[in-house]
Design a protein around this ligand. Structure first.
Ligand SMILES: [Zn+2]
Length: 621
């Protein structure tokens, strides 16, 4: 199973076309912010030594991720204004490259003497990684080589500086990213040294004696005053010995992406074993029902097993994007729909909540409960999230399909046209659907010439009942690893109708998640729902759902860009007189019938401020 390029899939309508329009508005907005805050002009290298050191010396990565997201977006929907901004920015970035290939605005002009002296904290190679990813996307989208050549020169320089040989730095970055970027660069250039360097960075991580200690001693630092444990950087032990997802969630995701890339490129079974253990730990103990990850604010990190508080949930948007990237890679190693289930969950819920419906405000933190004071902002000092969610939306089509010599997989259902390459033919799939609100999917198959291949259609984990029609005739076919398997001789004009039953369900957490006990979350199809006070004019924590779900789903085209809402009856906990002494006998309380409305979690905080909750109390049987 091979991933398809984002260039092979065109989003043609419905849900994601709408989001790609929003994303385009967002890219203009982000450009204005990058310009206003000086991030783009930093590439003019005129900040100079001695100037105030900015708290975020990884500004370059914000610009690079915008370039990447914009290049991806322009491939989908060309826009002259954005294209001009993109080309201007790319030229400016390349103009900042030094003779030796180095390219980093902060360490070129502000602290040039500190180049590669603090990999632990400086994000220097993290910025390099994002420049490389941006350059690859720019080249693929435009065919222009200027930026890609600069990225190769930079990577060549890194190949000289880092490595096991005498005189080279035997170290790695505190914030992973360079590793996956070097694999990407290897894949488009075929240069083996980039793959070797990625592998070197991964294998060195966590080895003893510890590189971060060596580096700190060289800086004359006192090792007893270290602020963070090495778990924060996933550098507490060699990568192949790691068994639990720990530390900074975004860093962890980018590292695991690189592990998956290397496991695939090198057919490395031991890395795959490591990945399986890490994945198991994540999905059985450390993920929210929305797909959000990284529960604690301290260190933007994973908490202990089952430590998943709702109000203080950190769930950085970037971590959700990172999990989309990782699950997409792992899916191709494992070929199991269960992994695509997580990819879908994160995409439609934890990640998509990161951007508002008008595209100009963003969440950094994505809690599952809010008292009404948590809102998206138009920008952040540490502005990693906006361009990250834009990268995902711009290239969302790539997550929907995979192919091999004789097989095609459809993982996600989105209105699109995909060109898929088999060994000896090219197949065009045209998908029509109102997913994620409706489970009916129409797929037109055009193999060009009559040919044999197997089409695998994912039956989502949330779906209990489905029907498949081939050229109008119902078929009962086997499901293996979560995919319906349709093997036949295909011809132009063949079409499929997949009907996935979307029922509203209650989800309950593992009983060890103490924050969710006695409560349920609402799910319909791939969407997790929430209650907002703007629809339910009461204290949300006092709402009690009936023991069995009795909610009606109805599509409201005028609401929040067009969503399916869930409405139904529930109860409200009250007492005859609630004034006075805070406590009273339990018998004094009663339940009053009320009507409630739930909306998809991704769409919250787009109207009047108020409480929001994902988990709702439920009546005992
Ligand atoms: Zn972020």
């Amino acid at each position: 199973m091979k991933p398809v390029s984002w260039q092979q899939v065109k989003i043609t309508g419905s849900f994601w076309a709408n989001w790609q329009k929003i994303n385009q508005v967002s890219l203009y907005h982000q450009y204005r912010q990058l310009k206003k805050t000086g991030r783009i002009d930093a590439f003019r290298l005129n900040r100079g030594a001695g100037k105030k050191i900015l708290p975020h010396h990884f500004w370059d990565s914000d610009v690079a991720k915008w370039v990447e997201a914009t290049a991806l977006s322009l491939w989908q929907n060309f826009d002259r204004g954005l294209a001009e901004k993109l080309e201007k920015t790319v030229k400016l970035i390349v103009s900042a490259q030094q003779k030796d290939g180095y390219l980093n605005t902060h360490f070129t002009v502000v602290e040039p003497e500190k180049r590669f002296t603090n990999l632990r904290d400086s994000h220097e190679l993290y910025c390099a990684g994002h420049l490389i990813e941006a350059a690859v996307a720019h080249w693929l989208a435009t065919g222009k080589t200027l930026f890609l050549k600069a990225a190769c020169r930079y990577a060549d320089y890194l190949c000289q500086v880092f490595g096991p040989r005498k005189g080279q730095i035997r170290g790695y970055d505190g914030h992973e990213e360079i590793e996956l970027a070097l694999v990407k660069l290897f894949r488009v250039t075929g240069c083996q040294r980039y793959l070797s360097l990625a592998s070197f960075f991964v294998e060195e991580r966590g080895k003893k004696p510890h590189f971060f200690d060596w580096e700190a001693r060289n800086r004359g630092e006192d090792l007893t005053t270290l602020r963070r444990s090495y778990q924060y950087y996933q550098a507490h032990c060699p990568v192949r010995q790691q068994r639990e997802v720990v530390g900074h969630a975004v860093r962890a995701m980018y590292l695991y992406c690189a592990l998956a890339d290397l496991a695939l490129e090198k057919k490395d079974k031991s890395l795959l074993r490591t990945l399986r253990l890490l994945w198991e730990d994540l999905i059985t103990k450390k993920i929210y029902v929305t797909g959000g990850i990284g529960s604690t604010r301290e260190g933007e990190a994973f908490g202990q097993a089952y430590e998943l508080p709702n109000d203080t949930a950190y769930c950085e948007t970037c971590a959700a994007c990172g999990l989309v990237f990782w699950s997409h890679r792992l899916l191709h190693l494992e070929k199991k729909a269960k992994i695509a289930d997580i990819m879908e969950l994160v995409l439609y819920n934890a990640a998509l909540a990161g951007i508002s419906l008008e595209g100009k405000t963003f969440f950094y933190v994505n809690p599952l409960w809010s008292g009404g004071n948590h809102h998206r902002q138009s920008w952040y000092d540490c502005a990693c999230c906006p361009s990250n969610i834009s990268r995902v939306i711009s290239s969302v089509g790539q997550y929907a399909y995979s192919s091999s010599e004789k097989d095609i997989w459809v993982h996600l259902y989105m209105e699109s046209k995909a060109e898929l390459h088999l060994a000896d033919s090219q197949v065009i799939l045209t998908v029509k659907t109102d997913y994620p609100f409706d489970g009916k999917v129409f797929i037109k198959v055009e193999p060009g010439k009559i040919c044999d291949f197997t089409l695998f259609l994912r039956i989502p984990g949330w779906c209990r009942s489905w029907k498949l029609f081939l050229n109008g005739e119902e078929k009962v076919l086997p499901v293996s690893s979560g995919y319906l398997r349709i093997k036949r001789t295909w011809k132009n004009g063949d079409y499929l109708q997949l009907v996935l039953e979307m029922k509203t369900e209650y989800l309950q957490a593992h009983p060890e998640v103490r924050f969710d006990i006695g409560q349920v979350a609402l799910r319909r199809g791939p969407l997790i729902y929430c209650l907002e006070q703007v629809d339910n004019k009461v204290s949300l924590h006092r709402i009690i759902l009936p023991a069995r779900p009795e909610l009606k789903a109805s599509f409201r085209p005028e609401l929040l860009g067009g969503i399916t809402v869930l409405t139904g009856k529930a109860y409200y906990l009250t007492a005859a007189n609630l004034s006075g002494w805070l406590y009273r006998e339990a018998e004094a309380f009663s339940l009053q019938p009320i009507k409630i409305t739930a909306i998809p979690y991704y769409a919250w905080d787009n109207r009047k401020a108020g409480q929001m909750t994902v988990w709702v109390r439920r009546q005992e049987n």
